[in-house]
Design a protein around this ligand. Structure first.
Ligand code: SF4
Length: 354
């Protein structure tokens, strides 16, 4: 692909235009924009990595009400952290938040670090997130390059090429050049807002854009070519699992905690098996012949999972042993534990039927 060099847009003018635009048209009422401490910005940035703003707001408020600082987060049972994350997905984010909070408690006296290298060394925090935390909360000058910023810079400066190492390095250099020496927080919020609300992936609103006259993509009609394609691996592997829902007459369902690593690490789910035969054997030992429910599809980052659920009704005392290996989960009096999204769907289906 051709690139346009030298870039025709003046970086300081670009930053100034964005700051002016943000003051009038940007987002100002998001809960993490009030009392912008590094801790609050960190939690919001991690939640926003894979999730839309509208969804994050409620989760953020509940999370901050329960864990107002790194020390309360570090001290909490992981089940409670995962419980407050249930529905947000990508649970490694929540586990990393708590691991980072424990390091903040043990290595930084409970205070969120304010040096870039220290912030970037925490679990789950990469270069862009570290920059965003310190720029937004402390006005420190660090460039950021999340998905939205990558799109804006690619289009405005005409930086084409697939999302490979060389293109990424060019984009980081452009991000560095554009980051102003004053009003860093305002600029960082501005470029994030522009990418989220105006320079959108599918339908960029160029008529409302403060840099439309200078933007290379707009001037050359290449909005849909920029940024360049992501590098995708051919095909996504498909996996299959068989899950047994052992249900008591009161509607409670037998759940076990998953091992700490692997998919759904630390979350609670019904017993799962690689084959239908194993699932049926397990169900028959617990209550009799199971009935098969409609399968559920769930997309992970690197593979697609199909879950076939089997429903078996147990006696009130249940043939499943009580104890530390699991618990009876009742949606009417739910335990404060973390549930994978498909498990939530299955539990909702069961309670709708009963
Ligand atoms: Fe994006 Fe259009 Fe603005 Fe260019 S003019 S930055 S393509 S919204």
């Amino acid at each position: 692909m051709q690139t346009r060099d030298p870039a025709p847009v003046d970086a300081p003018q670009f930053a100034a235009a964005l700051v002016r635009w943000q003051a009038r048209h940007g987002r100002h009422d998001l809960p993490w924009q009030a009392d912008r401490t590094p801790y609050r910005v960190w939690v919001s940035e991690i939640m926003l990595q894979q999730t839309q703003v509208a969804t994050v707001i409620g989760y953020f408020e509940r999370f901050l009400a329960r864990f107002p600082d790194p020390l309360t987060l570090a001290a909490a049972p992981i089940d409670e952290v995962l419980h407050l994350w249930t529905g947000l997905g990508y649970y490694a984010r929540a586990r990393n938040l708590q691991r980072a909070a424990i390091r903040i408690r043990d290595e930084f006296a409970g205070q969120f670090p304010t040096h870039f290298e220290a912030v970037e060394s925490l679990p789950g925090i990469g270069r862009s997130t570290a920059g965003a935390i310190l720029a937004l909360s402390l006005d420190q000058r660090h460039p950021i390059l999340d998905g939205n910023v990558r799109r804006v810079l690619s289009r405005v400066f005409g930086i084409a090429g697939a999302a490979d190492r060389a293109t990424t390095q060019r984009l980081w250099a452009q991000a560095e050049a554009c980051t102003p020496h004053t009003q860093v927080a305002a600029y960082t919020q501005a470029i994030m807002d522009l990418g989220a609300t105006v320079c959108r992936g599918k339908n960029p609103q160029c008529a409302q854009c403060p840099v439309a006259a200078e933007c290379v993509a707009n001037r050359t009609g290449r909005q849909h070519e920029l940024p360049g394609p992501r590098i995708r691996r051919a095909g996504r592997p498909a996996r299959h699992t068989h899950m047994v829902l052992a249900v008591r007459p009161d509607g409670s369902v037998w759940l076990r905690q998953r091992p700490p690593s692997g998919i759904w690490g630390g979350l609670w789910a019904a017993p799962a098996f690689d084959s239908a035969g194993e699932a049926r054997d397990y169900a028959q030992q617990r209550g009799g012949e199971p009935s098969t429910l409609p399968p559920i599809a769930h997309a992970f980052t690197h593979f697609d999972l199909t879950i076939t659920p089997y429903l078996v009704r147990c006696a009130p005392a249940g043939a499943v042993r009580e104890g530390s290996e699991g618990l009876w989960y009742n949606a009417r009096d739910p335990a404060r534990i973390g549930l994978p999204a498909p498990m939530k769907v299955l539990l909702e289906r069961l309670s709708e039927e009963s």
